[in-house]
Design a protein around this ligand. Structure first.
Ligand code: FE2
Length: 327
């Protein structure tokens, strides 16, 4: 029903095209994409497992409702954005705005909600309005970055794997849209009370400290930074599954200093040169295709990382976080 599309920006990584891209061969296929999704869930699962990222282009999706229907046609279950750092607005039951941080801000590579115990298995992005310039969502396979970094920095990577990491972040009381990590504690934990926020923190395994201005300093439990892509039919490859580089290089605002926002599980600090070299290698490896309005990008959030480039224009990219019910 759908046809492989070769993007000029695609790469061959470890023998596979990245991302896989589909376009309809005729108008009827464009209209019936939700039917195709409903009837081909196991094929979609297999393709995402193999290729880690799939772009659907030209399927005539116009708005949040069309995107919601696209996601709904899969058997993945919607999930709330509990514990995430970005300021977002919920548009439909499954669809949020993607990070609303200022267009001048770059958002570094991360797995969605890697700093929480239960990240989504998959992530959908929808480009409602393409940027005038920039605004790409660069992606990379975290299995490949793990392999490359292990060759370069075996000690660092073994420590990451053996000791894990903690993320430290000060949240304002109310959302601060001037910051990429400006989500306030009230909206993070869907509460108006400190007790409600504390209950949310307990459920995440985090510790905390209330600061005099009403902001909240949170320290996560020790979280794994390298995971194995395990489970039925999974690759059993190791993945660089964390927000380490994102936090270190990007969690800077009036309340936070990125280089102190992530530490090893034993409280030791990460080496600055290594962190910035990993960042550089990620940029080199990544694929940054130019969004077209109507594009849907589906990522396997266990094996693909994403980021965002700064942009100009009225870019509007929406997101939906889901879990594979079989996992
Ligand atoms: Fe993200």
């Amino acid at each position: 029903m759908v046809k492989d599309l070769i993007l000029v920006e695609s790469k061959i990584l470890n023998g596979s095209i990245f991302p896989l891209a589909f376009q309809p061969t005729n108008e009827s296929e464009s209209v019936h994409i939700t039917q195709w999704l409903r009837e081909n869930q196991s094929e979609l699962d297999d393709l995402l497992r193999k290729y880690k990222a799939i772009l659907f282009r030209g399927f005539n999706l116009k708005n949040a409702e069309d995107f919601d229907s696209f996601v709904e046609a899969t058997n993945y279950q919607g999930m709330a954005y509990l514990g995430g750092a970005a300021v977002r607005t919920q548009l439909t039951s499954r669809v949020f705005t993607a990070n609303e941080s200022p267009s001048t801000e770059k958002i570094p590579f991360h797995h969605e909600m890697a700093q929480t115990p239960s990240p989504p298995t998959h992530l959908f992005f929808f480009c409602e309005v393409a940027a005038t310039t920039g605004g790409e969502t660069p992606i990379l396979p975290s299995t490949e970055i793990y392999k490359q970094m292990y060759i370069k920095y075996p000690e660092f990577m073994e420590k990451l794997e053996n000791v894990g990491v903690k993320y430290i972040r000060v949240m304002p009381e109310e959302d601060d849209p001037t910051s990429a990590i400006g989500r306030g504690w009230k909206s993070t934990f869907l509460t108006d009370s400190k007790e409600g926020a504390e209950a949310g923190l307990v459920s995440l395994g985090s510790t905390w400290e209330w600061l005099p201005d009403g902001s909240l300093k949170t320290i996560t439990a020790v979280l794994p930074a390298v995971r194995i892509d395990s489970g039925p039919n999974r690759s059993n490859e190791k993945t660089f599954f964390n927000s380490v580089v994102a936090a270190f290089s990007g969690w800077n605002d009036s309340r936070n200093i990125g280089e102190r926002a992530v530490v090893f599980g034993d409280d030791s600090l990460c080496d600055r040169d290594v962190m910035y070299d990993i960042l550089h290698c990620m940029d080199e490896m990544s694929v940054a295709f130019k969004w077209q309005s109507g594009d849907v990008l589906v990522l396997d959030n266990r094996t693909a990382m994403h980021s965002r480039r700064p942009f100009t224009g009225a870019r509007r990219v929406l997101a939906s976080l889901v879990r594979d019910p079989s996992r």
